[in-house]
Design a binder for this molecule. Structure first.
Ligand SMILES: [Zn+2]
Length: 377
């Protein structure tokens, strides 16, 4: 018996270096957490350094800070200190000891003095980034397999962005145009667990990182990515989704006065419309989403893609491009289905799949047919 315990210990020790060599390579992401601001509150607990981003030389070393950062000509004021470099790095000794406007962040913060104001970029490990994302994308009370599916999807999407934006100043923003990211403050026990349980796993198609788009509720069928962006990928061609019919976002409606619609089109898109007489759906995709709309005015016909139309009016009010239009008493009444662009994983579909017992990999392979799930190389 004692011999067996001894043998087990030997096996355990032998396995250790092997696990170490298989450790997940650190991948870092650059997230723009602030743009065009003239000042912000900075709070650091413990030791920190201010480093010149150009040559990595140390400009200042300090301990515990609670002050305001203000943009200065060619540089910054951090409290009383004036830095004349236009790109500096704030590097705390402890990984999650920076607060910006009260919100806690892991990793380093780069500050760039731009013509438009301060650009703040948070540089951190991809896994830590995901921990600050999931809470904003789905509820941390959701079934674990649905949260794990979202972790793999969000990791893949972020990694895809780092590859696509590698020559740009940052990889991701912290709003709905990338993935909503709230830093260390947004971490929750169950979402952190889902990130850890799927550590390093990403979605690949033919060996390449998939642009793993996702959305809240598809309403019955996901959309072919080719209808929205210049991409042609078999896993993003669209699938029938019979899972999200009970989603709280299955239906939406929105009323907009014709006068208001006219002023949005004129002011935001430069049209010169006097009077809107009718709005006609000219083309729908296979999934039922509108591709082209025609706006009939008193003196012309305007063709506009439903995608642009949705973005102009506001993607939170026109929640999808799958809608019916009725004009009544000077008001356009939109009756729509689903929430989001419709490409890739339907989050509420994933929720109901997980409720029925599906595992995270089954959910992913359902919404992205033909893909493989594997480690980040
Ligand atoms: Zn769905």
């Amino acid at each position: 018996m004692r011999y067996r315990i001894f043998l087990n210990i030997i096996i355990f020790l032998l396995a250790l270096p092997l696990t170490a060599t298989l450790a997940y390579k650190d991948v870092y992401v650059r997230v723009a957490i602030m743009q065009n601001e003239s000042s912000f509150d900075l709070d650091i607990s413990g030791s920190y350094q201010i480093v010149d981003a150009k040559n990595n030389s140390r400009l200042y070393r300090g301990r515990n800070l609670k002050t305001k950062v203000v943009v200065a000509p060619g540089g910054f004021y951090i409290g009383e200190l004036n830095f004349k470099e236009n790109k500096i790095i704030i590097r705390p000794r402890h990984p999650d000891s920076i607060r910006i406007n009260g919100r806690r962040f892991r990793g380093d913060i780069i500050l760039v003095n731009k013509k438009s104001g301060i650009l703040a970029i948070n540089i951190l490990n991809l896994e830590d980034y995901l921990k600050g994302v999931l809470y904003h994308e789905i509820s941390h009370y959701w079934p674990m397999e649905a949260i794990k599916a979202q972790a793999v999807v969000s990791r893949t999407f972020a990694l895809y962005q780092t590859i696509a934006n590698k020559d740009k100043e940052f990889d991701l923003t912290c709003d709905i145009y990338s993935q909503v990211y709230g830093g260390r403050t947004s971490e929750r026990w169950r979402t952190v667990k889902a990130v850890d349980k799927t550590r390093g796993l990403v979605i690949k198609y033919e060996g390449k990182i998939l642009p793993a788009y996702f959305h809240a509720t598809c309403g019955g069928m996901t959309e072919d990515v080719a209808n929205l962006w210049n991409m042609d990928l078999p896993p993003l061609k669209g699938v029938v989704c019979g899972f999200c019919q009970k989603s709280p976002h299955i239906n939406w409606h929105y009323d907009l006065a014709l006068d208001e619609l006219r002023s949005i089109l004129n002011n935001k898109a430069g049209y010169k419309i006097n009077l809107i007489k009718d709005i006609i759906v000219r083309e729908r995709s296979k999934s039922g989403r509108i591709m082209k709309l025609e706006i009939i005015t008193d003196d012309k016909k305007i063709n506009i893609s439903a995608k642009d139309f949705r973005n102009l009016i506001g993607p939170h009010v026109i929640r999808s491009t799958n809608f019916q239009i009725e004009i009544k008493d000077g008001t356009v009444k939109f009756q729509g289905i689903g929430w989001g662009h419709g490409v890739g994983m339907c989050q509420w579909g994933a929720y109901f799949m997980a409720k029925k017992g599906a595992h995270y990999d089954e959910i992913i392979k359902y919404y992205y047919p033909g893909v493989k799930i594997g480690d980040v190389d």
